[in-house]
Design a binder for this molecule. Sequence first.
Ligand SMILES: Nc1ncnc2c1ncn2[C@@H]1O[C@H](COP(=O)(O)OP(=O)(O)O)[C@@H](O)[C@H]1O
Ligand SMILES: [Mg+2]
Length: 348
Amino acid sequence: MSFLELRAVRKRYGNVAALDGIDLRVEAGSRTAIVGPSGSGKTTLLRIVAGFEAPDAGSVSLGGEVLADKLSFVPAHRREIGIVAQDGALFPHLNLADNIGFGLPRGDLGREQRIADVMHMVDLDLSMLKRKPDQLSGGQQQRVALARALARRPRLMLLDEPFSALDTGLRLSTRKAVADLLAAEGITTLLVTHDQAEALSFADQVAIMRDGQFPQVGTPRELYLRPNDAMIAAFLGDTIVLPATAANGSAECLLGRIRLADAERNGPLQIMLRPEQVVLTRIATADAALGDTVAEVVDSDFGGAVCTVTLRIAGQPTLSLRQPSVEQFEPGCLVRIAVAGEAHILAR
Ligand SMILES: Nc1ncnc2c1ncn2[C@@H]1O[C@H](COP(=O)(O)OP(=O)(O)O)[C@@H](O)[C@H]1O
Ligand SMILES: [Mg+2]
């Protein structure tokens, strides 16, 4: 049995199926990210795990104990689950010490020490303890919210888009710091986000959420390189999707012959590549292609670290893909196309 288990969980609001049969297993000490567009049911799922809502059907268990099913319901305050919301939801009239110590019994011998410990964990200076939340930056406020959730030593940590209000640089550094801290403390964590890069970098396990269901759950690598369908593929990053003909473990397509991840398949199908698998090398003449596919650059759009190169291959329709900007591909130049790794077959 896994540490956290959800089985066939359903929740309706009127005629909206916010959760439509959710199964999930989370191992102790691991980090799972649930990623999906707005309205797909992510917050509803966290609220059911936290105990703010009861499921209509199905069960939730933690550490072998049933938290919710047809017969029983453990209230939120008895679940020992910490939660950090999008806006942090700190108490504006309380200073940091009282915000963090909110759930700890007053007069408890270890209270002050625990507050100091969690301040240290989230890398905030103790000199700030007397400040009110409005005297902190957004990133600091989110770290206080995390410290408050950590203070009671939760068995499970729930994070509902906790970094989305921060701007890019701060979001990356705060996310990394929080991920490292939770891993170091061995705290089982469920993060929900609509940011796919965040999900892929944060988690050991990623669940894609769509219309109250999980169409795919796997490691970040599995989901990115072996998505079940074109929608999941596009949701997780740029894709190149091409018609191809498969035979003997490779696919013949516009880019040449590419090895297939699934060698059993034959005949016409659709393959997917990530743009970073396609390597372009400038060549002087078509003869220099050494048997690889040759393309002509028809457009090049500079965008800093990456540029978008548009290619024409053997007079065929054009293909656009992002490339590192290190080499310059101006319109009219010839390139040799090599593909690294394997092509993934997409379900139609
Ligand atoms: N309390 C509620 N009453 C009615 N509908 C709700 C309620 N909470 C969520 N919903 C609906 O359930 C769906 C999932 O919402 P939510 O879990 O908040 O999605 P997400 O967090 O992925 O944006 C949405 O269609 C939303 O409008
Ligand atoms: Mg939400």
